[in-house]
Design a protein around this ligand. Structure first.
Ligand code: SF4
Length: 188
């Protein structure tokens, strides 16, 4: 059976991707790759990696993990391009470029990403970055719109579910309008 490298950013999106992949006409052996220098801060990065590892254990899958916390690498990649969509285009290119390289090294026939399961991501830019990485490494990128896929409940039950995309910019966008963490509580 040909091997499909799945770049994974979190457990829940990985579950959705496994559902999508299982419904493909062709059968694939999944190999999961963790490589996300865009996730900050450190404890958030650890929470997401831990959840991915727990899913991997439950599903009995193979994991290739780059456990380098890549804050500096990410900052260098987006420096001067902090606005959306340029920042996200560079972020996708960083992660999918590495995924394509690892897929080739691991003897996979193609690669894909959990990013394609998200309603919050830019699918046009993901596809462009995936196709560019595919051309660079000579290995096909499988793009599918798996936004409607459901993660198997037994694989993701009780696993950490993040509240923002990953980088500190997205964390700011997520929480900038909330007063939940402020004190004193604003008057009603
Ligand atoms: S918002 Fe998400 S996709 Fe965009 S740069 Fe930040 S982590 Fe990457």
């Amino acid at each position: 059976m040909p091997r499909m490298l799945i770049h994974a950013c979190c457990a829940h999106c990985l579950g959705k991707t496994l559902t999508g992949l299982a419904a493909e006409a062709e059968s694939w052996e999944p190999v999961v790759f963790w490589g996300n220098p865009n996730i900050h801060p450190l404890l958030e990065w650890r929470r997401r990696l831990k959840a991915v590892k727990m899913l991997i254990e439950r599903a009995g899958l193979e994991l290739v993990a780059d456990e380098t916390y890549g804050l500096v690498e990410f900052c260098r990649a987006v420096h001067g391009h902090e606005a959306v969509p340029e920042r996200c285009a560079r972020c996708y290119a960083l992660r999918l470029g590495r995924a394509a390289r690892v897929a080739r090294e691991q003897g996979c026939a193609a690669f894909t990403s959990t990013l394609v399961t998200s309603r919050h991501q830019d699918h046009v830019l993901i596809r462009q970055a995936g196709d560019a990485a595919a051309e660079e490494e000579g290995i096909p990128f499988l793009y599918r719109d798996w936004r409607e896929a459901e993660a198997p409940a037994h694989l993701v039950k009780m696993l950490y579910h993040q509240q923002y995309c990953g980088c500190v910019f997205s964390e700011y966008d997520r929480y900038k309008n909330t007063t939940t963490h402020l004190w004193p509580r604003p008057q009603e």
